[in-house]
Write a protein that binds this ligand. Structure first.
Ligand SMILES: Nc1ncnc2c1ncn2[C@@H]1O[C@H](COP(=O)(O)OP(=O)(O)O)[C@@H](O)[C@H]1O
Ligand SMILES: NC(=O)OP(=O)(O)O
Length: 317
């Protein structure tokens, strides 16, 4: 099978956790161990998030007195692709992947007229209390928005139209290379005859869906820090959803900055390919592929019951 996996930025650096390189590398190593079996048996393309990481780089850039202007988000996005791609490529090899592994910096074309440029929704960086968020908004001209009980910076997140390096990725994956690409949704650019970076962070789940469709992938796996899509999420009677078909999706709504884009990515992939997409925990990658964990969207893989036991703590906080 040809599989496109999207790894959540939050799974690589959990909310409230120290952003030290060693902490993140530790999470990347766990991700690599979970993905290594997939790499052995399938064609594998790995995309990753960068929300926490690009926010940190933006803070550093804002605070650097040596700079006339802070680095733009497209450039910081490319930096996160290099950093996380390096960690992933190294950790996949250390996890025993014997195929060639290549991390590539890629660009995602967006529309300069996308309404997202005037309505920021993408959470980046750490969480703050309301006072600190107000202070940063005033100091740096940032837009802040509520993320659960906290506040966080939000930036424009335009629609991914296509990846500039799509054909090269197809070539590499067809040749048996495990490709790490489209990190942070890809460095956002507009194409007006000349490629120019723009101030945005593209959603990596939507980019992964666009790439999975372009590569004619058999599966799209969106791996994050929750074991499944849940009804009444965060409430005591939350229940995991084993399976959703396209019709059911029409009647459900999910939060814009988190589960919403994942559901939309699944919908687009399933609609375009007639195959199966899935959402679940990173550590369950193999079980999700078999349809035994997580939430599948599209063609149902198995009727076996969802493995609930390990998730009790998360499902019923
Ligand atoms: N119905 C839901 N079921 C499960 N998780 C949900 C739901 N609604 C919102 N979420 C949130 O979505 C988050 C995953 O999205 P996101 O934070 O964007 O992840 P990532 O950075 O890993 O891609 C979960 O941590 C959870 O807080
Ligand atoms: N770019 C992006 O979608 O990152 P996260 O997964 O960290 O939100």
């Amino acid at each position: 099978m040809r599989i496109v996996v999207a790894l959540g930025g939050n799974a690589l650096l959990m909310r409230g956790e120290r952003a030290d390189a060693a902490v993140q590398l530790h999470h990347v190593e766990a991700a690599a161990r979970a993905l290594a079996p997939l790499a052995a048996d399938h064609e594998l393309v790995i995309c990753h998030g960068n929300g926490p990481q690009i926010g940190l780089l933006a803070l550093e850039s804002e605070a650097d007195p040596a700079l006339t202007r802070p680095y733009p988000l497209d450039t910081l996005g490319a930096e996160t692709q290099g950093m996380i791609g390096y960690w992933l490529a190294q950790s996949l090899r250390n996890a025993g992947v014997r195929k060639p592994v290549l991390a590539v910096v890629t660009q995602t074309v967006v529309d300069a007229g996308d309404p997202a440029f005037s309505a920021p929704t993408k959470f980046i960086g750490p969480v703050y209390d309301r006072d600190r968020a107000n202070q940063l908004a005033e100091q740096n001209g940032w837009t802040m928005a509520a993320d659960g009980p906290h506040w966080r910076r939000v930036v424009p997140s335009p629609e991914p139209l296509r990846l500039v390096e799509q054909d090269s990725i197809e070539q590499l994956v067809s040749d048996g290379t495990v490709v790490v690409c489209a990190g942070g949704g890809g460095a956002p650019i507009v194409d007006t005859g000349k490629l120019v970076g723009v101030e945005a962070v593209v959603d990596k789940d939507l980019t992964s869906a666009a790439l999975a469709i372009a590569l004619r992938a058999d599966r799209l796996l969106l791996l994050t820090d929750v074991p499944a899509v849940m009804t009444d999420f965060g409430l005591p009677d939350a229940e995991p959803l084993h399976h959703l078909d396209l019709e059911e999706l029409e009647h459900l709504t999910f939060p814009a900055g988190s589960m919403g884009p994942k559901i939309e990515a699944c919908r687009r992939f399933v609609e375009a390919t007639g195959s199966t997409a899935a959402i679940g925990a990173l550590t369950d990658a193999e079980a999700i592929l078999r349809g035994e964990a997580g939430t599948t969207v599209g063609v149902r893989i198995t009727d076996a019951p969802l493995r609930m036991a390990p998730y009790e703590r998360i499902l019923r906080p």
